[in-house]
Design a protein around this ligand. Sequence first.
Ligand code: URA
Length: 230
Amino acid sequence: MRLDKAVSQVTDLSRSDVKKAARAERITVNDLVVTDAAAQIADSDLVCLDGEPLQEPGPRYIMLHKPLGYVSATKDSEHPTVLDLLDEPNKHKLHIAGRLDIDTTGLVLLTDDGQWSHRITSPRHHCDKTYYAHLAERIGDDAAEKFARGIWLDNEKKRTKPAKLEILYANEVRLTIGEGRYHQVKRMFAALGNRVLELHRERIGDILLDEELEPGDYRFLTAEEIASVH
Ligand code: URA
């Protein structure tokens, strides 16, 4: 692989930054200064920048408190994205394990470990997600039973899987679902003639949104949180 590509993949430097760093004699390969950023290097070569060895970092696992107005995408021409909230090198390598709508707040997980995020998003793994919802109308007494039985959503061939509804106040609920269809929570309440005014994700599997995180804040997951997704 070319030196500039190898260095830019594991640092925040663009290829032209790497070229400048090489010309400034900041890069060594196997302890020899290399000034040509186009030089070919092998996987086994030890590349250092300013004397520090460059290594592919291990997988990263991040929880973010998504604020209103941010899209769960890595790029968007109109709105800020959840990636804009991260101050991390190589953040474009991270992906989102379960998106939230632009007007939904709460727990978003980001990682560069595709197998781990698959266990969260794949319908086969039934990873529960818990949402707090503030509704436009009072919730009916029979709603919990309807959610437990499964709901027919518009344009869907199958009922939703059994979901657990906890009524907190007349128009505030906590809902736990094991799947992640398009706008699922809003569509479930719409199917009962209600409307979600505010939606906030509190939990994914056994991972709870850390109460210390203000909207827009993030932190790395603990080893225990990472291991809880299996
Ligand atoms: N269900 C929704 O309708 N919106 C979300 O953002 C998440 C789940």
